[in-house]
Design a protein around this ligand. Structure first.
Ligand code: AMP
Ligand code: MG
Length: 497
């Protein structure tokens, strides 16, 4: 090992240290099994930033063994592969048993930056696969890979992605696609549904075991509290409120907010038919399979609250009912506080005044009525000229009804004056919170088509570089900030993955 690497502490694949504390929980929590081999795997994408988190030397990705390991064909010493079982409310309906139907937890890599679960998604059938084939397609693996890293760069809690390994093995969805395995990383993959499983089976001792496990590993400070399980619930409520406020502020739609897709750590998890808001629409439904619009953009805060009720109910063996209700009652105020704070920052408001919430809501109303591009609007708002008579043409021209924008802009100007806001001081603050680049659906689609049709993975790499710095101007990449072109207008994403 050369000195530079030694200083960084980065090691080779065989030198990584693994543990699997989840695998020391009672056997009812999982099934131990190895991934199903994938024929002739090849590396599609590798994320050095994620490798750094576990102290894996970046050049290790060039070894053939890397693809073999991160598709599940070869196990490293210390791996303890298992599929976790959980339950969950899917589209409002309780499903008594779900689980890792195509994911395999390999174990925790203990790096300089904490412990990270390494999970292979698409690694073959498990006892929880139900009707599924245990596989993931290249398309959905690229979507998750790009989105999770984009969200991280936006400052939004999320699972991470280490690599995509592909194979020419055909996988049947609406059409025949090819298989891929995504290596996902998170401090924990425990979901609300993990608690619902044991609670619905009346296995209260396992509810307690899981709650204590989560607390010991991830919320150790709560252990000393008088009512630790109540504090755990309160902490998850606060984190979830914060997470969804961040989603709303950036215009992220998850698409499938089932309780089995809700992280006990308040992470964005299980990227499927997600979408970043483009032409602003309160009721935007990104998931083509969501006929009733249950998970529409403007429903997300309420759905998260509903999901927290499910979690709280599962924790009732450990918490007094009145305490759980009181904790749940705190969600709305906490969500509003978080959301308003984030939106104030997006408007460049340094102080808090009554009327701010209305100013924010009315901006959204004008955006909605005009279907103006959400990301572009806030980015351009950073260059708002507050002098009387300034026409702010680059903003105004985004609105088919410019007078609606002008009326709002007049109020915004007056609000800025109340705190003597200076344009030059405000702009950098706003640029630091209003991304220039988000993962628009058509950008992901372009990368997917190049990968699937031409085995050209360059666009994935380009997007990773771009989205790692979403708040920077990156002038050469200006085209990537543009709204969807005509060819992309019919793109639809569904649960199929
Ligand atoms: P999702 O909504 O994608 O989070 O998936 C819901 C459940 O279906 C989870 O338990 C998944 O593990 C399972 N699942 C999804 N796709 C497949 C598949 N192709 N094979 C097996 N299980 C799957
Ligand atoms: Mg899921």
């Amino acid at each position: 090992m050369n000195t530079a690497r030694a200083e960084l502490g980065a090691v080779g694949l065989e030198e990584l240290r693994f543990d699997n504390r989840y695998g020391r929980l009672p056997p009812e929590f999982y099934t131990r099994l190895a991934p199903t081999p994938l024929p002739e795997p090849y590396l599609v994408a590798f994320n050095p930033a994620a490798a750094d988190l576990i102290g894996l030397a970046r050049e290790q990705a060039q070894r053939v063994e890397f693809a073999e390991i991160f598709c599940g064909n070869r196990l490293l010493p210390g791996f303890d592969p298992l599929a976790a079982v959980y339950a969950g409310h899917q589209f409002g309906v309780f499903v008594p048993q779900l689980g890792d139907g195509r994911a395999i937890l390999l174990g925790e890599a203990a790096g300089a930056q904490g412990r990270w679960d390494l999970q292979l998604k698409g690694a073959g059938k498990t006892p929880y696969s139900r009707m599924g084939d245990g596989r993931a397609v290249l398309r959905s693996s690229i979507r998750e890979y790009l989105a999770s890293e984009a969200m991280h760069a936006l400052g939004i809690p999320t699972t991470r992605a280490l690599a995509i390994v592909g194979s020419d093995q055909p996988v049947i969805r609406e059409s025949v696609e090819s298989a891929a395995v995504l290596t996902r990383m998170a401090p924990s993959h425990v979901r609300f549904g993990s608690f619902e499983l044991f609670s619905s089976r009346r296995q209260h001792e396992h509810v307690r075991t899981l709650a204590d496990y989560v607390m010991d590993q991830h919320y150790p400070q709560l252990r000393e509290a008088r009512t630790p399980h109540l504090e755990l619930l309160r902490e998850v409520i606060a984190r979830t409120a914060r997470l969804v406020a961040q989603w709303q502020a950036v215009g992220f739609c998850h698409g499938v907010m089932n309780t089995d897709n809700m992280s006990i750590l308040g992470l964005t998890i299980d990227y499927g038919p997600y979408g970043f808001m483009e032409a602003f629409d309160w009721g935007h439904v990104c998931n083509h399979s969501d006929d009733s619009g249950r998970y529409a953009y403007n429903m997300q805060p309420r759905i998260a609250h509903w999901n927290l009720y499910c979690l709280a109910e599962a924790l009732l063996p450990l918490i007094e009912m009145e305490d759980a209700e009181a904790a749940l009652h705190e969600y709305e105020a906490e969500y509003e506080r978080q959301y308003t704070g984030l939106m104030r920052a997006k408007l460049g408001l340094a102080s808090e005044l009554t009327g701010d919430a209305a100013l924010i809501q009315d901006a959204l109303k004008v955006l909605h009525q005009n279907r103006a591009d959400y990301t572009t609007f806030f980015r351009r708002l950073g260059s708002f000229e507050s002098a009387a008579g300034a026409d702010n043409a680059s903003l105004r021209d985004m609105f088919p009804e410019p007078e609606a924008f002008a009326a709002w802009a007049g109020r915004y100007r007056a609000r800025l004056a109340l705190e003597a806001s200076a344009d030059t001081e405000r702009k950098p603050r706003m640029d630091a919170v209003n991304p220039k680049y988000v993962l628009r659906n058509y950008l992901a689609e372009t990368a997917i088509r190049k990968a699937a049709d031409e085995r050209d993975y360059g666009e994935i790499e380009r997007l990773m570089q771009l989205l790692a710095r979403p708040y920077d101007e990156q002038p050469a990449m200006q085209a990537y900030a543009e709204p969807a072109p005509q060819w992309a207008s019919g793109l639809a994403v569904s649960c199929s993955s």
